[in-house]
Design a protein around this ligand. Structure first.
Ligand code: NAD
Length: 306
């Protein structure tokens, strides 16, 4: 296969593609032959407002490089708007083959101060938004017997982080969504995978930096560029990656990790049946050596990115 043609003939919808990780994914996929609907609402990092310029800039960059792209400025959290994004892909470029659920916002706040609006806005963009675009594409994927989903998850959900209960719940929900899509749609030749990216973007600029440890962590993240995520996203959508589905990959700079998934770790049986007391006295102490500490992402990814 000649380089630059890996995604030839494919049509991709990349959400949140006006900036950061999404913009690099859209440009990378276009460089590999895909025609791209560049969706971006263009709001602030916490989801307020709207601006058409970010999506238009990505479209211009793709066209300047000789690729094909059209902009879409709607919100992924609107079910009907997501349907129209997929319709736009089919009407403009003739099909839909790739969905990249990347659009995102943050409303970080310690849990006891989190408002209903903080919760709803983050869940609506990340989790509901990923459902909306996926559901719209699923009808086409089923009919054509092919399709690839890539969803952005986060180590904030996979591992943990302070002040991100809304975001962590949405991002782990996306892992469940992706696995379900992989299971339900494998009979139609459809694949679904998650990427947990580490990349410097304006979203990371909203991470609280009150302690020296947090400041040091952000300095490390600044070295990690979004284009490193884009190469993995493009690879996942290639027909030659036909056996890759239902997986979660973490990506930072030149490192790619296949992440573990939940499986039983330690079992305890009591033939006579457990009581609350015997669980406290026997089951929990026996399992305690295998308990996970209250790790945050940075406690697991302790070394500098390569
Ligand atoms: P970013 O803020 O630079 O880009 C996100 C884009 O999504 C923005 O351009 C924004 O306008 C757009 N957007 C927000 N709400 C939208 C909506 N309702 N409809 C359409 N577009 C909308 O952020 P990023 O760092 O590039 O993040 C991209 C994805 O990667 C997100 O899902 C994020 O949660 C995930 N992620 C990023 C990192 C990282 O290190 N950058 C880490 C973990 C996960």
């Amino acid at each position: 296969m000649s380089e630059g043609k890996m995604l030839d003939g494919k049509v991709a919808l990349v959400t949140g593609a006006g900036r950061g990780v999404g913009a690099e994914i859209a440009k990378m996929m276009a460089s590999r032959g895909a025609k791209v609907i560049v969706n971006d609402l263009g709001g602030t990092a916490d989801g307020e407002g709207a601006d058409q310029i970010p999506a238009m800039e990505t479209v211009k960059a793709i066209r300047d490089a000789g690729g094909e792209a059209e902009a879409n400025f709607d919100s992924v959290s609107d079910f009907n708007a997501a349907q129209k994004m997929v319709d736009q892909a089919v009407d403009t470029f003739g099909s839909i083959d790739i969905i990249v659920n990347n659009a995102g916002i943050l409303r970080d706040v310690i849990f006891h101060k989190m408002t209903e609006d903080d919760w709803d806005s983050v869940i609506n963009v990340h989790l509901k938004g990923s459902f909306n675009t996926s559901r719209a594409a699923a009808t086409h994927f089923r009919e054509q017997g092919s399709g690839a989903f890539v969803h952005m998850t986060s180590t904030s959900g996979l591992i943990g982080n302070f002040g991100q209960a809304n975001y962590a719940a949405a991002k782990l929900g996306i892992v469940g969504l992706s696995k379900s899509l992989a299971l339900d749609m494998s009979r139609f030749g459809v694949r679904s995978n998650c990427i947990s990216p580490f990349a410097w973007s304006r979203m990371i600029g909203t991470i609280p930096m009150s302690t020296p440890e947090e400041k040091a962590r952000v300095e490390k993240i600044k070295q990690m560029t979004p284009d490193k995520i884009a190469v993995v996203a493009a690879a996942l959508c290639a027909d030659t990656a036909h056996n890759v589905t239902g997986q979660v990959f973490a990506v930072r700079n030149n490192e790619i990790f296949l992440m573990s998934q939940h499986r039983p770790l330690r079992g305890m049986q009591e033939g006579a049946g457990w009581t609350p007391e015997s669980i406290v006295d026997h089951a929990f102490p026996a399992m305690a050596p295998n308990f996970y500490p209250l790790d945050r992402s940075a406690d697991v990814f302790t070394w500098d990115p390569v």
